[in-house]
Design a protein. Structure first.
Lengths: 61, 749
């Protein structure tokens, strides 16, 4: 995954937001997590789902 | 019976025995036998054979009646014995016992006759006695013999019956041998007719090599007028009519052919040969197959050779193969002169003995490719070309084809052709020295565009005569070569454009910054005709200097436009505002105004000095951290924050680093840490280790470059940009002089 991949993620995130949806990413490998970290997504744009329950609408705690 | 003395009977038996040697055809045998019996032992005789289905077939009749002989013999020949007659031939055959009618009565004749007319015929024979004898040979009944006497005044008795049975044994053998002989002869004739009419050439040789049979297809294939011409020639005489090569162009001798190998008792695998008829230069591809035929005692009897003409198939296959290989070669590299040379080498000796390619260059038509199996001859022709360069205005040959765009085929280069070619004395001498026989020149041209050169094929020592099929193949080869050359030219133009554009996205030189020393690296990845998305810039701002390294997603024209926008927007904003975060926000706004999502990652820093100390205010925007190198260790610096162009507010933060003399800051794009090795990517940890011992900006850049070269595996997919800034120990006096100072730069790869 590189900047082209991040571009895709951001465009899909913006598209989801425009339609009133929330876009989340299931945690991947450390390298992928590092890439998202470098990309510096702001706090208000939580990208990573904490657990499968969050995907299902739970609190993910 | 009063039928001649004993000596005559022995002579009759001996004569019948001679007829039994099987050398006569069946009809002739029957006539000879009947001629022996009548009138020596009978006045009337008929001879019948029996077919496998039991049917009687009258082979002949003989009557000793001078006045009515022909009439009676014809009637008897037509006559068919009554199958169920109580006496006569059918009865003798069924019972396998001879019958003697000592005195033939009208009652007997009525019993034998099938009709009144038949009865009258039998009476006309004036028979007094009759014998009906089955003919048996090799344990089976092969026919029947009917004998009668009357007009001579003779009659038969028991002695005559016994003699007749002995005689019948000889006659049966003669009849059977003749039948067998006729069967064999018929088979031979049918076999010969079959072989003669086969489309494949068939030759039959004795172990000595002498050809004993050849069909008309063989004559045609060997370019001889008749099959008899083939039979009359020795194998070596035939071989001398042709130049024979294997598929790899190796000359073959008679001993190499399967028929010779079979004759020597060796394994004779089918062999495909290229056969050039010396007299005409015509080329044929022939598949030789040979089969030895052995006698019952195991000795070699014959060698049957079948030669199949595969010329059309082979030419089509060869054409496809040459075109495919040449096409692959022509598309393998953009160095068109090299690929044209290799494509030319593919054609010899398969298509011709010589292949040359000439390219139009102004008024000249230099030869850019030349191939022949003998490199000595290539050197000879190249030397000639060097001394006598071809011009587009030359009256004939490649120049004429390039001017007209029309292909040229000269099947036979003879004295007349050479005289009409308006060659110089030296050119004429060279043509004669090379023994050129046939030549084709086709234009290198695409569709309706004027030719850019010419491709020539020529035959010489092979003796082959080029024809229309070769012209069609050469034309296609020329068309593909022209496409390859045109592609290389277009690619070259694109590469020049890309290089120029890429250069415009990077600063021409790093400026001299007082108190700092700099070095940079730029490695473009991918195709030469694509503009990369990495950029860097260094420029002076109020109160210091701005250094930026950025990465635009993608490659090509779109990335180039975005890179240009980013670099110059940031530069303008930076120069006006002097603050890295403010400059980033301006760039972010500009990017977000783009119709499409335009993302740029940036690492930038403002370098400033205060009270003799140097500081760097470093900001990350979607970019990997910079590295701060100090006294043998390196550490990442910067606060991760979003890409530019992604969000309205990015929350970018500056990290301020105080730089001591000797400290270095290394800014880079992700092409460095994403460089692919054998098992993994280069990564941040490896970069940190690479930089920890760096002794200065130039050393840091060199270390990165060397490490990436050693680590990389395969072609890289991302550009690489690095810029290193080193705090010098003391500020140079000529700090602000443009083009001077400590700036260093590692040449881009």
């Amino acid at each position: 995954m590189d900047t082209s991949g991040l571009r895709l993620v951001i465009s899909q995130q913006q598209r989801a937001k425009a339609y009133g949806h929330r876009f989340v990413v299931v945690p991947g490998s450390d390298k992928v997590r590092r890439l998202f970290q470098i990309a510096g997504f702001p706090e208000e744009h939580v990208l990573f789902a904490g657990a499968p329950t969050e995907l299902a609408g739970g609190d993910g705690a | 019976m009063s039928a001649g003395p004993e000596g005559d009977r022995f002579a009759l038996l001996a004569a019948a025995g001679e007829v039994a040697d099987g050398t006569l055809l069946l009809a002739n045998t029957a006539a000879r036998l009947l001629g022996l019996v009548v009138p020596g032992f009978a006045d009337v005789a008929t001879l019948d054979s029996i077919s496998p289905d039991g049917e009687l077939h009258r082979l002949g009749s003989r009557v000793d009646a001078p006045r009515r002989r022909e009439e009676l013999e014809a009637a008897l020949l037509r006559r068919r014995p009554l199958p169920d007659a109580p006496v006569g031939l059918p009865r003798a055959i069924v019972s396998t016992e001879s019958q003697l009618l000592v005195s033939v009565t009208d009652a007997d004749l009525h019993a034998i006759a099938s009709s009144d007319e038949d009865f009258e015929l039998l009476r006309a024979l004036e028979l007094r006695s009759a014998l009906f004898i089955p003919l048996r040979a090799r344990g089976r009944t092969v026919g029947a013999l009917a004998l009668g006497v009357g007009t001579s005044g003779r009659s038969y008795d028991q002695d005559d019956l016994r003699f007749a049975e002995v005689l019948a044994g000889r006659i049966a053998l003669a009849l059977d041998n003749a039948t067998l002989s006729q069967t064999v002869t018929g088979l031979e004739r049918r076999l010969e007719a079959t072989l003669t009419n086969l489309a494949e050439a068939v030759l039959v040789r004795e172990p000595s090599g002498q050809i004993v049979f050849a069909n008309s297809a063989a004559a045609g294939l060997l370019n001889l007028q008749s099959a008899q011409n083939v039979v009359d020639a020795t194998p070596q005489q035939l071989m001398d009519l042709y130049d024979v090569f294997d598929e790899d162009g190796r000359r073959l001798d008679l001993a190499d052919l399967p028929s010779s190998r079979a004759g020597q008792g060796e394994e004779a695998a089918p062999l495909l040969v290229r056969n050039i008829i010396r007299s005409t230069g015509e080329e044929r591809w022939l598949l030789h197959k040979a089969t030895p035929v052995f006698d019952p005692d195991g000795s070699l009897s014959l060698i049957v050779s079948v030669i199949e003409d595969l010329t059309e198939v082979k030419r089509a296959e060869l054409a496809q193969r040459v075109l495919a290989e040449a096409g692959q070669e022509l598309s393998s590299s953009l160095d068109y002169e090299r690929t044209l040379q290799r494509a030319a080498e593919l054609t010899v000796p398969r298509l011709a003995d010589w292949c040359a390619v000439s390219m139009r260059q102004g008024d000249l038509l230099p030869q850019v490719a030349l191939a022949h199996v003998d490199i000595g001859k290539v050197a000879r022709v190249r030397d000639f070309e060097a001394r006598h360069p071809a011009h587009l205005s030359d009256p004939t040959g490649a120049a004429e084809v390039v001017r007209s765009g029309e292909p040229l085929l000269i099947p036979e280069i003879n004295g007349e052709v050479l005289a009409g070619a308006a060659l110089t004395g030296e050119e004429l001498a060279l043509a004669r020295e090379l023994k050129l026989r046939s030549v084709i020149v086709v234009p290198l041209a695409i569709a309706d565009q004027p030719p850019i050169g010419a491709l020539s094929l020529a035959t010489a020592e092979s003796g082959r005569r080029l024809g229309e099929a070769d012209l069609a193949l050469a034309s296609e080869l020329g068309r593909r070569a022209a496409i390859a050359v045109e592609n290389a030219r277009l690619y070259g133009e694109l590469s020049d454009i890309a290089t120029t554009l890429q250069r415009s996205l990077l600063p021409p030189d790093l400026p001299a910054m007082p108190g700092f020393r700099m070095a940079s690296l730029y490695r473009a990845a991918g195709e030469q005709n694509e503009v990369g998305g990495d950029f860097y810039d260094v420029f002076e701002v109020p109160g210091g200097w701005m250094v930026v390294v950025g990465d635009v997603a993608g490659r090509g024209a779109e990335a180039a436009a975005l890179t240009s926008l980013s670099r110059y927007t940031f530069r303008t904003a930076g120069k006006l505002l002097g603050d890295p975060i403010a400059a980033l926000e301006q760039l972010n706004t500009a990017l977000r105004e783009s119709p499409a999502l335009s993302l740029v990652s940036v690492c930038c820093m403002r370098l400033r000095t205060a009270d003799g100390d140097a500081y760097a205010d470093l900001v990350l925007a979607g970019h990997p951290p910079a590295y701060h190198v100090r006294r043998g260790s390196s550490r990442p610096v910067g606060v991760f924050a979003p890409f530019l162009g992604a969000y309205e507010h990015g929350g970018w933060e500056a990290t301020t680093i105080k730089l001591e003399p000797g400290d270095q800051l290394i800014l880079y794009t992700d092409g460095v840490i994403d460089t692919v090795g054998v098992e993994e990517r280069f990564g941040e940890e490896r970069l940190a280790r690479t930089l920890s011992d760096a002794t200065g900006a130039a050393d840091a850049v060199r270390r990165i470059e060397r490490a990436l070269v050693e680590f990389a595996h395969g072609s890289q997919v991302d550009d690489t940009a690095v810029i290193a800034v080193e705090r010098t120990f003391r500020a140079p006096v000529e700090a602000h002089a443009p083009g001077l100072g400590d700036a260093a730069r590692v040449a881009p790869n």
